[in-house]
Design a protein around this ligand. Structure first.
Ligand code: SF4
Length: 285
């Protein structure tokens, strides 16, 4: 499996204490993505010049020019001595392959830490882009009695294979209007809407961005859709800017700097309308 990160999470990526594998590669390019290093499938060097005074000395290939990194040089670098030899904190490589057998072995070692209701979550990126490896890992883990969740943008044409292979599906809904979806996520959403309306049991997660999907017209479309598909649970996540340092580390500009979250009060008011309609909804942040 191609991953860009892994780590513990509590109460956010499924029930209980969970170990999360973040799979690299995504078919969406959401303007506000909090994990920009998740999008490209290939490994990417993240550069944090403030974390080390010796960054230029850790590279023998003259890729470091002050606070800038020549990423073309890094892409073809034969030694990656900055990380492998010097372990310089200014450099972080996002992306590595981890065999399924290693995931199973790691999980067995951590099993006692999951408690009664925790487990493993596969997130991303978009994990279903690695569907065969994803299903294989989930099957083995569940055979061993481990609770397995997946977080997906729900765009996969193989979506119907997920419910029987995972204990929990956490699906995203970015917006309903197709043109808006193309503008904010870079792709068509017809497959997403069909998958979400398929009657599958799921937790639905909706990011809230004041200027994009929380304008009155789109908000009402989201409300109408949720009242029709009636997901088991709906979680709202107000836009945050926690990913900004990662954009800088990748040498990219974050489009989300132009946008704002709705206020907590506005989000709660919307959430309450869904609760009044019989949907278990909550604002997560
Ligand atoms: S990956 Fe190679 S070229 Fe890039 S900073 Fe590290 S040592 Fe230098």
């Amino acid at each position: 499996m191609n991953i860009f990160a892994k780590g513990w999470s509590h109460g956010f990526d499924g029930p209980g204490r969970r170990f999360v594998y973040y799979l690299k590669g995504c078919n969406f390019h959401c303007l506000w993505c909090g994990n920009p290093e998740s999008i490209a499938a290939e490994p990417e060097m993240m550069f944090y010049p403030d974390k080390s005074r010796f960054a230029s000395q850790s590279c023998a290939h003259e890729a470091v020019k002050g606070a800038e990194l020549d990423r073309a040089t890094c892409r073809t670098c034969g030694d990656r001595a900055c990380i492998d030899r010097w372990r310089d904190p200014a450099f972080e490589l996002a992306g590595c392959d981890i065999p399924t057998a290693e995931i199973i072995a790691e999980t067995e070692q951590r099993r006692a830490l999951f408690g009664d209701d925790g487990g493993v979550t596969f997130s991303g990126g978009e994990p279903t882009l690695q569907m065969d490896a994803l299903l294989k890992a989930a099957k083995i883990l569940r055979q061993r009695g481990i609770h397995v969740a997946v977080e997906t943008n729900a765009s996969s044409p193989r979506f119907s294979e997920l419910p029987g292979n995972f204990d929990l599906l956490i699906c995203d809904l970015k917006c309903v209007t197709p043109e808006l979806h193309r503008r904010i996520a870079g792709t068509d959403n017809s497959q997403v809407l069909a998958n979400l309306a398929s009657g599958t049991k799921m937790t639905l997660r909706v990011p809230l961005i004041a200027e994009l999907n929380f304008i009155a017209e789109e908000r009402e479309k989201i409300y109408d859709m949720l009242m029709v598909i009636k997901p088991e649970t709906v979680e709202f996540l107000r836009l945050h800017q926690l990913g900004l340092p990662k954009y800088r580390a990748l040498g990219q500009v974050c489009q989300a700097e132009r946008f704002n979250p709705p206020t907590r009060e506005q989000a709660e008011t919307f959430c309450q309308r869904l609760r009044n309609g019989g949907i278990a909804a909550q604002v997560l942040n």
